[in-house]
Design a protein around this ligand. Structure first.
Ligand code: ADP
Length: 144
């Protein structure tokens, strides 16, 4: 069976990415799969980083997306997957909305994500992970 897998990546949290690598490799090796990686740039991130002056400092959205795509492509190399099986996507907005939308669009069979940031240890599931588990139409593998 050929599978389509979606792996949402928070490019600012390397540890979360490291956590999911062996799980993605396992699925990739087991079946012929197309693996889509998705990074979403939250709308508020530049505002949070730079405060009120963000409008003058923040790069244009297209520039931010280009930078994020470059970072994502670099990260994806660590998964050591065959190039023909990998696609990368970047969008700006709410991570959970784009994760669910792209899952539908690519007809994903499985979404693989990490449960939450290590610093948020009191939560069992982060807000994006929780929304994806609740609303996704396909199976979701939550890596702890
Ligand atoms: P926390 O609230 O602790 O950050 P999240 O639910 O946001 O937890 O993160 C869990 C998982 O959700 C991440 O491992 C990642 O797969 C996905 N995720 C979170 N933020 C993003 C983002 N900006 N882009 C893509 N995926 C994301």
């Amino acid at each position: 069976m050929s599978r389509t897998i979606l792996v949402p990546i928070d490019i600012s949290e390397m540890q979360l990415t490291t956590q999911v690598i062996p799980h993605v490799q396992e699925y990739a090796g087991r079946e012929v799969a197309m693996i889509h990686f998705l990074a979403v740039i939250p709308d508020h991130s530049y505002f949070a980083a730079y405060g009120l002056e963000y409008t003058t400092i923040a790069p244009e959205r297209s520039q931010r997306e280009a930078n994020a795509l470059e970072t994502l492509n670099e990260l994806v190399k660590q998964f050591k997957l065959p190039e023909g099986r990998v696609k990368t996507h970047v969008y700006s907005g709410a991570p959970k909305d784009h994760i669910l939308r792209v899952a539908d669009q690519i007809n994903a069979d499985l979404i693989i994500l990490a449960s939450h940031r290590p610093s948020m240890s009191t939560y069992l599931l982060g807000s994006n992970a929780a929304a994806v588990v609740r609303h996704a139409k396909c199976s979701v593998l939550v890596v702890r």
